[in-house]
Design a protein. Structure first.
Length: 158
């Protein structure tokens, strides 16, 4: 009797080891990207919260009278402190707040000049420049806080 052994289709040990090596290499690369993705997510969340808080502060400043902004801005370098929690919701004080915001007048009022005479003396200030400065987290020492400054201009249309 003549028995023939038919070859079967199968993977060799070398092919299996190579496949496992490639999969392991890919998984290590993917797992290595997780901290980068988490940092990007955290930074995006902070940027979103800062934009919402800056919008709230800007709205509050625009609702004040221009004269109040001029007087308060020149008398006190940090006249309007704002406090926000982790979600960007305003807080009445620093208790429970994560973000601290100061509105700083960054320069003297920009004067309105005469219509056609460039050397004419200023008639009245009509433009104020501010810097909305955020610091967080409040629980950290001042040297360890993150800061972000957002420039802002308010015009007098009266």
């Amino acid at each position: 009797m003549n028995l023939r052994i038919l070859p079967r289709a199968a993977f060799t040990l070398t092919e299996i080891v190579l496949t496992l090596g490639i999969i392991t290499f890919a998984l290590v690369a993917i797992i290595g990207m997780i901290p980068v993705a988490l940092d990007a997510d955290r930074a995006a969340g902070e940027d979103t919260a800062l934009a919402a808080m800056a919008n709230r502060v800007s709205s509050d400043l625009h609702s004040r009278g221009f004269a109040e902004l001029t007087v308060a801005g020149s008398a006190n370098p940090k006249p309007w402190p704002y406090y926000f929690d982790v979600d960007g919701i305003p807080q009445p004080g620093s208790a429970g707040a994560i973000y601290e915001c100061f509105v700083i007048q960054s320069g003297a009022p920009v004067p309105k000049t005469g219509a056609l005479s460039p050397g004419a003396p200023p008639a009245s200030p009509n433009l104020l420049e501010f810097e909305i400065q955020f610091e967080w987290p409040l629980a950290a020492a001042a040297a360890n806080r993150k800061t972000r400054a957002i420039p802002m201009t308010i015009a007098n249309y009266e």
